[in-house]
Design a protein around this ligand. Structure first.
Ligand code: OXD
Ligand code: MN
Length: 624
């Protein structure tokens, strides 16, 4: 590829900088030279975890971040740059056969020149940070898929990467194949002139999946800019897992549950569409009445890679990440005390777009406490406006952005599993799916058949704001919670799931869970949720172990009332009946929506259609 010497930084300085950092991998060096030339960055700096303290000081000094208490920091993003942009996110490859329903596929030959043009000279005057990283516990059998190098021209993005991934030159210096790493280039661009959300939008977030190259232009927000996380950890890894036939990469949380009496630990992973409580579940503590017996361990809240170990035929999962990029809104002592401990003093946490008090250095977000701080002196909202200067019309605007975040490393999570860095990952006993559904979905229904479990994942969804769109009760389907991260066609995706999980001689149990059923009359939640969610999970594990049997229904096995340990739970008998029963009428309506949803996917394996027809027939039989 051409190397634009004229636009490049001082070449001798570049080489010295790579030498000084001990960056030895010749392919990485070549890649850095190439992109320094394209982007025109003024200087290049290789960084790793050990640079954190220095980068924090520089960022504080430059006014890019502010102190938010002892060892805690705060940043604001540009006001039009606060979330992932699904419309501007593209998977580009050479093969039109890679086009799916959700992956926004475009030819790589069209996208590559476009991105290079947008990035040309776009980092002039800036430092390009070179961040070698690993998206896996070191030594993992999946390590060859986990090595990457992100180039970013934004220092706060570099600070996020240090928290979210294992970063340092050691991850690229001794590769068996020096050119085998994911190449990620992040160029912020002129945020104030990118036309975000307008027809003239200039942003592009492209994963060139068959080239293992990620080029993101036009945002410094986490999901668009931390390339190790979503672009590599999900889109690229899902594609690699499929192309190699070796593994699955999913937007899944991963937890362990230990029975302190027997010393046995089970592991559960699972997918939940956004705003369905995935992080709260992943960080859950045992309820007080079960705390003497059970301990819940945290592995990860957002991504799991799954493979079968040929030695014992079990499915093993890793969390490829090194941190949590959690939504701040509604995080409090009741919903997620673990998250609050994880962002306490000296955790190095980085808050983004929450409200900030410039005098006390405190932070606040909606739901942190029932009411915002009474004394507004010093408080600024996420846009930087003083609360005390808000006009009457502005009084009701949120103080924090609804997508405001905390970024903290796994080691800050108080109940992090002792073996979270296990080379092999941990064996999976159960795979669960759960949406936010106000009726129809029971508290838990277990599925013991693989194709039916995959079918359930493919028909996962969450209630959208259909009040506005007038399609009451219909889900926004989000297959396996991967809709925004799909990188190859859905039919092939389903087949790959059947192949990978089908190869395990020790099959996990599947389940669909729902914490969000409501009373149709007064709207109250029928199940208390949060820590109590451990109870249906314990039932599921006991079902897998043959200790309980539940009741077989058309859509899976549900617990009997006495099989659920409800000691200390405040729930009325009527509500309990409701969340353990199947509304055949509502389910029959849902089946028609599912059929239309699945029919979009070319080449969906026949096993999935068989599962669909079996459930439909069982519902018809139950309806009489
Ligand atoms: C997401 C995230 O956008 O994890 O899903 O940040
Ligand atoms: Mn996520």
């Amino acid at each position: 590829m051409a190397y634009d010497v004229n636009a490049a930084p001082d070449l001798a300085a570049l080489e010295t900088s790579l030498d000084d950092a001990g960056l030895k991998n010749p392919s990485v060096r070549e890649y850095v030279r190439y992109w320094a030339g394209i982007t025109g960055a003024e200087r290049v700096e290789v960084i790793g975890a050990s640079d954190n303290a220095r980068l924090i000081s520089e960022s504080l000094e430059a006014g890019e971040i502010w102190p938010a208490g002892e060892g805690r920091y705060y940043a604001r993003s540009y006001v039009k740059d606060t979330a992932r942009s699904e419309e501007r996110t593209i998977v580009a490859t050479a093969d039109p056969g890679d086009k799916g329903v959700y992956n926004n596929w475009r030819p790589a030959s069209e996208m590559r020149p476009l991105l290079e043009k947008l990035m040309h000279g776009a980092s002039a005057g800036k430092t390009m940070y070179v961040i070698p990283y690993l998206m896996a516990p070191p030594g993992s059998p999946l390590e060859p898929y986990a090595v990457g190098v992100e180039l970013t021209d934004h220092r706060t993005v570099a600070l996020h990467m240090i928290r979210m991934a294992r970063c340092g030159v050691e991850h690229v210096n001794n590769l068996a194949e020096p050119s085998r790493f994911v190449r990620g280039v992040h160029v912020t661009g002129d945020l104030e002139n990118l036309g975000q959300g307008t027809p003239a939008d200039k942003r592009y977030f492209v994963t060139f999946a068959d080239e293992r190259t990620i080029l993101h232009f036009g945002s410094s927000y986490g999901g668009n800019a931390l390339l190790g996380k979503i672009a590599h950890g999900l889109r690229q890894a899902a594609y690699d897992g499929w192309a190699s036939g070796e593994f699955l990469a999913e937007q899944f949380m991963l937890i362990g549950i230990t029975d302190k009496q027997t010393g046995r630990t089970w592991h559960i992973c699972g997918g939940f569409p956004s705003a369905s409580g995935k992080t709260n579940l992943a960080m859950m503590l045992a309820p007080d009445s079960l705390g003497d017996r059970y301990h819940v361990e945290f592995y990860g809240d957002d991504i799991a890679w799954l493979r079968v170990d040929p030695k014992d035929g079990k499915i093993y999962a890793i969390n490829p990440e090194f941190g949590v990029f959690g939504v701040a809104k509604d995080t409090n002592e009741a919903t997620n005390p673990t998250a609050l401990r994880s962002v306490g003093p000296d955790t190095g946490v980085l808050f983004t777009n929450v409200a900030y008090n410039e005098l006390t250095r405190d932070v606040w977000w909606e739901g942190r406490t029932p009411e915002p701080p009474g004394d507004v002196i010093g408080w600024r909202d996420w846009t930087g406006q003083l609360i005390s200067e808000r006009s009457v019309e502005e009084q009701d605007k949120p103080w924090a952005h609804p997508n405001s975040r905390f970024t903290t490393s796994l080691t800050n999570v108080p109940n992090i599993a002792p073996d979270f860095e296990a080379r092999t990952g941990v064996p999976i006993d159960a795979i669960i799916f759960g949406g936010r559904t106000r009726d129809r979905e029971p508290l838990v229904r277990a599925i013991t058949d693989l194709a039916e479990g995959v079918y359930d994942g493919l028909t996962l969804g969450a209630e959208a704001t259909f009040a506005a769109e007038g399609v009451d009760g219909q889900l926004r389907y989000d297959p396996m919670s991967m809709r925004p991260f799909m990188s190859y066609p859905e039919g092939a995706y389903a087949a790959h799931w059947l192949k990978i999980i089908g190869a395990a001689s020790d099959q996990p149990i599947f389940a669909h869970v729902n914490w969000f059923q409501r009373d149709p009359d007064d709207g109250h939640f029928l199940w208390p949720g949060y820590r109590e969610n451990l109870r249906p999970l314990l039932w599921l594990l006991r079902l897998r172990d043959g200790e309980v049997h539940g009741v077989q229904t058309a859509v899976g096995i549900v617990p009997t009332k006495d099989e659920l340990d409800l000691d200390g739970v405040d729930i009325s008998p009527e509500d309990l009946d409701k969340i353990l029963s199947i509304d055949t009428g509502r389910w029959t309506t849902e089946m028609a929506h599912r059929e239309a949803h699945l029919a979009q996917f070319d080449g969906l394996p026949e096993e999935i259609w068989v599962a669909h027809r079996r459930v439909a027939a069982a519902l018809a039989a139950a309806a009489g």
